[in-house]
Design a protein around this ligand. Structure first.
Ligand code: SF4
Length: 416
């Protein structure tokens, strides 16, 4: 028994698969033997969908029991101006095109403060590759956020953005990572990984950094004590082999650094992109990607089901097919919604807990370290991110409250 769920014994798992085509893979999974590239392809192609799901759920429950993790976070997209022009992107705007915006640092602070009633413990910060913002904007924004929201985890800038910030600053990226870390960058989001294979990138994001560069930057972050997440964008022009190659390359880097916190599979949403005729991913593909990711990534703790992209109900199912984390409340998500997502732009803490409970899992509000967030009876955060928050009688530094109101800037719509 772990975290409230009785795990199925390995012998029972093997009995179930005895004599079936998945039996050799079940044996590897039960014995903790690493799956090969060919195994990954076989899992994607197996007609035994339920069998793949059962294997992934076995691993998921062995690692996490009945817990369904989430956090209370807010998205902050300081600018949607971007010169890169990725075929996959429905969010970014080129300079001079209607709908573009850039927040001054004060505006970004105001935006970050809105929705604070839920006691946010993490800010997720990504934006476009702005052609002319100076290097000091990025360090200045982090410093300002750190000063205004002490104890709140700043998950800022993807590998794509780090590469760009270093180019703007005309500095070695190794130095830039350390300077951003000193300014407040606690970890990095996993965006921009897409699919690492070059033929795919040549179609969906030809001007973006290469897959090799993305991995190199993640390595540099990990080596400097900055953990990162990693994504996989599926459901466009990639092959099964491209997906497995992506997962294997992640696994190899994780062997080397141990710096990946979790994988977020991202379903491609075609609406408004340069690939509008690609059919949206099916529910079966969404679930299969999560399951195979859980089975292939034996050295990554968390596989996330991003409810914004696959929908709340499918995310509940995913909690039984390899996923252990629903990402977060994601107040004010705009990027996937620009590409046609019909989910809510954010959920309250109570709503996401109900979602997890409704899936038969035990909600676990985590912080950036996957430790439990402590709140008082009013919902105010008392401890998170290994930080004791100021008492309620103190000036409302950590919880600015509703007087800050919603930001006047309306972040339109790209994920780096
Ligand atoms: S996906 Fe990121 S890098 Fe590409 S156009 Fe959109 S914002 Fe720019």
């Amino acid at each position: 028994m772990r975290n409230g769920t009785a795990s199925v014994a390995a012998e029972d798992l093997l009995d179930h698969f005895s004599g079936t085509p998945l039996s050799p893979l079940a044996e590897k999974v039960a014995k903790g033997i690493r799956l090969s590239f060919d195994d990954g392809v076989a899992l994607f192609e197996s007609p035994d969908f339920h069998g793949v799901a059962r294997l992934a759920n076995w691993v998921r429950e062995k690692r996490h029991g009945n817990r369904g993790y989430f956090n209370v976070n807010r998205y902050l997209n300081p600018t949607n101006l971007c010169w890169v022009d990725c075929g996959l992107c429905a969010w970014a705007r080129k300079p001079g095109v209607p709908g573009g915006y850039t927040m001054a640092i004060e505006e970004a602070l105001s935006e970050a403060a809105s929705g604070w009633h839920d006691g946010i413990t993490e800010l997720h910060i990504v934006g476009g590759l702005h052609p002319s913002l100076p290097y000091e904007y990025y360090t200045g924004l982090l410093r300002a956020l750190r000063a205004r929201f002490p104890g709140v985890h700043l998950k800022a800038w993807t590998m794509v953005e780090l590469d760009w910030i270093a180019r703007i600053g005309k500095k070695p990226v190794e130095d830039v990572i350390l300077e951003l870390k000193a300014a407040g960058m606690d970890s990095c989001p996993g965006g921009g990984a897409e699919i690492f294979a070059k033929p795919v990138r040549d179609i969906i994001c030809t001007n973006k950094i290469t897959g090799e560069r993305w991995l190199e930057l993640a390595r540099l972050c990990h080596q400097r004590g900055v953990p990162t997440n990693v994504t996989m964008l599926y459901g466009h022009v990639e092959s099964v082999e491209d997906r497995v190659d992506h997962l294997v390359r992640i696994r190899e880097l994780q062997d080397e650094t141990g710096g990946f916190l979790g994988l977020i599979p991202l379903a491609f949403h075609p609406e408004g992109t340069q690939l509008p005729d690609v059919p949206p991913a099916t529910a079966l593909l969404d679930l299969r990607v999560i399951a195979v990711s859980r089975l292939m990534l034996d050295n990554i703790d968390h596989i996330k089901a991003y409810w914004v992209q696959i929908g709340e109900k499918l995310a509940q199912v995913a909690l039984h097919m390899g996923a252990d984390d629903l990402v977060g409340t994601v107040t004010e998500e705009t990027i996937t919604h620009a590409a046609g997502a019909e989910t809510e732009a954010g959920l309250s803490r109570q709503a996401i807990e109900a979602l997890i409970r409704g899936a038969g899992r035990e909600p676990f509000e985590r912080d950036a370290y996957y430790e439990r967030v402590i709140r008082d009876e009013t919902g105010r955060v008392v401890r998170a991110n290994r930080h004791d928050f100021a008492p309620a009688s103190a000036p409302p530094v950590s919880h600015p409250g509703p007087e800050h109101g919603p930001a006047t800037i309306d972040p339109a719509l790209a994920s780096s």
